[in-house]
Design a protein around this ligand. Structure first.
Ligand code: SF4
Length: 361
């Protein structure tokens, strides 16, 4: 993925002309994306280096593994160490260090931790081994929540008694509200996520325009999509904020109503802890009371641990807020690499530190 076709080059020229025009009256422009796929695509395509340096493209809290806190990893690890229990998770999560170590270390010490590609795989395992408890780690944004909700429904229909979910879901609009409210971040506009928006539509972002006067564009993932999205944001900076949908081939204003209904049937909104941010009201999901038998926190009497400052010196929290770029972390590329990650932003295949390490050193 590179900014190579002529059409991309034309868009790039238009972007840089618009930046030059806008920067006659301002010092620079700071646009933030909040999607791990955008993080990787912007780095891999070379867009960040190709645009006028007065245009800063910042990565926000859009990688689900990256925003998971140490305390959440610790809770998962403590659960995984129980006898007769298997913890089931997506691959990236297993290497994220918590304050007690990673799940991979717990696995090496004997914990039964299994990597799957979907929550349904975890349910199948539970059905195959009914004498054992299976807990699926429910990590992700509005994109993964519907699949997990469907799995809980399937578990109920099949009367599976040994499957539950440890919910750590996060919701994107409350995080955007936090960033828009925090003056120190000085964001001029948002490149909004394509996948999340396919589920929730554009309506949940309208407050960003109405209350904060921020330009917004829901954007796709090809270099041409991203450049066009940036161009739409720059035009809004010139003519007034709005909420554009560049990624029209996937996103409708109302979103995916079936997926939204699945989420609403099974989950309810709750407060959540975000790495680098702390607690944000109404920014997470937990199982509704009717579905508590599938809630690992209730089933195993877990209490939510409070986040602490990472002992490793990792600065993922600041990276996730666009307050620094990965290469400004003193551990970047020396002690912290994809092989020896000190924080989730280097672990995740969608993390900003991994993207900079791979494409922008
Ligand atoms: S380079 Fe490593 S230690 Fe530094 S912020 Fe990124 S993940 Fe954390």
């Amino acid at each position: 993925m590179k900014v190579t076709p002529d059409s991309d080059q034309r868009l790039l020229i238009l972007v840089n002309e618009q930046v030059t025009r806008l920067c006659q009256e301002r010092d620079g422009i700071r646009l933030m994306e909040v999607c791990g796929t955008h993080t990787m695509a912007i780095s891999a395509s070379g867009i960040r280096r190709a645009v006028d340096p007065r245009l800063k493209l910042l990565s926000g809290p859009g990688c689900p593994v990256c925003v998971t806190t140490d305390a959440e990893i610790d809770t998962a690890r403590q659960l995984a160490e129980r006898q007769g229990l298997a913890l089931v998770t997506f691959g990236d999560m297993i290497r994220v260090p918590g304050s007690l170590g990673s799940l991979a270390e717990a696995k090496a010490e004997g914990a039964d931790i299994r990597v799957v590609y979907s929550p349904q795989d975890g349910l199948k395992m539970a059905m195959a081994e009914p004498e054992k408890e299976f807990v699926f780690l429910g990590v992700g944004f509005e994109t993964t929540a519907p699949t997990v909700a469907a799995t809980v429904l399937a578990a109920a229909e099949r009367r599976v008694e040994n499957f539950s979910v440890l919910t750590m879901f996060k919701l994107i609009p409350p995080a955007l509200e936090f960033i828009a409210s925090a003056k120190k971040m000085k964001i001029d506009g948002f490149i909004l996520p394509g996948h999340v928006s396919t589920i929730i539509g554009s309506q949940p972002y309208e407050f960003l325009v109405e209350r904060f006067g921020l330009p917004c564009c829901i954007t796709g993932f090809e270099p041409a999509d991203i450049l066009e999205g940036i161009l739409l944001l720059l035009e809004q900076l010139e003519h007034g904020p709005g909420l554009a949908i560049q990624y029209r081939r996937s996103v409708r204003p109302e979103g995916n109503r079936v997926a939204q209904q699945l989420i609403n049937d099974i989950f309810e909104v709750t407060d959540a802890e975000w790495r680098g941010i702390g607690r944000i009201r109404n920014s997470g999901l937990k199982l509704k009371p009717d579905w508590q038998k599938f809630d690992a926190r209730v089933r195993f009497g877990l209490r939510s641990a409070r986040s602490s400052r990472p002992a490793s010196g990792c600065r993922c929290g600041e990276v996730l807020l666009g307050l620094m770029i990965p290469s400004e972390c003193r551990l970047f590329g020396r002690v912290c690499t994809p092989e020896t990650p000190k924080g989730p932003c280097m672990v995740s295949s969608e993390g900003a530190c991994a993207a900079y390490y791979r494409y922008e050193r």
